[in-house]
Write a protein that binds this ligand. Structure first.
Ligand SMILES: CC(C)(COP(=O)(O)OP(=O)(O)OC[C@H]1O[C@@H](n2cnc3c(N)ncnc32)[C@H](O)[C@@H]1OP(=O)(O)O)[C@@H](O)C(=O)NCCC(=O)NCCS
Length: 161
């Protein structure tokens, strides 16, 4: 049979493994950051920091031995709140609940506490994901990003969910 059969090589979510990430994942995480965030991608030193800092909570998503997603959270961000610092899934593995599982793992590892994050105001997909997770907009951050785009500050009381 000929014709476009769609993305048949996409694995089902059950083939995804979520595991703790560390410095050995530097090259993979750097590539994910650059691919997923473009001009907002963290520089090398920040990626090394997030992978090496002992207290940071970090998880990777693996499919067939390849790291396809990454999330990290700072348990001691500000005022007793934790912060989701980064969350990304490479384009060909999106909409398979991989970010969902990474976020779930981060929240579980952070424990019961208030969690916050910042997302671009023009990133409606990520905002929808966070809203479904129980995060609510509590502030707006004009010209927060390097290209002048606004940011949105979202928070969740993990104990209440
Ligand atoms: C945002 C991102 C992490 C989502 O990853 P993902 O693995 O595709 O997300 P999930 O499959 O877990 O999505 C779960 C739900 O969130 C919502 N969602 C996620 N991405 C969405 C999008 N682009 N548009 C609308 N809703 C979206 C949907 O409700 C989705 O459920 P559904 O697929 O059953 O409709 C991914 O698109 C990405 O890496 N983007 C670039 C980096 C980024 O923006 N990171 C967040 C910065 S704060």
């Amino acid at each position: 049979m000929t014709g476009d059969a769609g993305p048949i090589s996409r694995p089902a979510a059950r083939d995804v493994t979520i595991a703790r990430a560390g410095l050995r994942d530097l090259a993979a995480v750097l590539a994910i950051e650059r691919r997923c965030f473009a001009g907002d991608a963290w520089p090398l030193l920040d990626v090394i920091g997030v992978l090496a800092w002992p207290e940071v909570v970090r998880f990777k998503a693996i499919v067939e031995g390849r790291v396809v997603g990454f999330a990290a959270a700072d348990p001691h961000h500000r005022g007793g709140a934790a912060m989701i610092a980064t969350l990304a899934v490479v384009p060909e593995y999106r909409r398979q609940r991989i970010a969902w599982r990474l976020l779930e793992s981060c929240e579980a590892a952070l424990g019961a506490r208030r969690i916050c994050l910042t997302v671009r105001a023009d990133n409606e997909g990520a905002q929808r994901l966070y809203e479904e997770f129980g995060y609510r907009v509590t502030d707006s951050l004009p010209r927060y990003y390097a290209d002048g785009a606004a940011g949105i500050f979202m928070e969740k009381d993990h104990r209440a969910s």
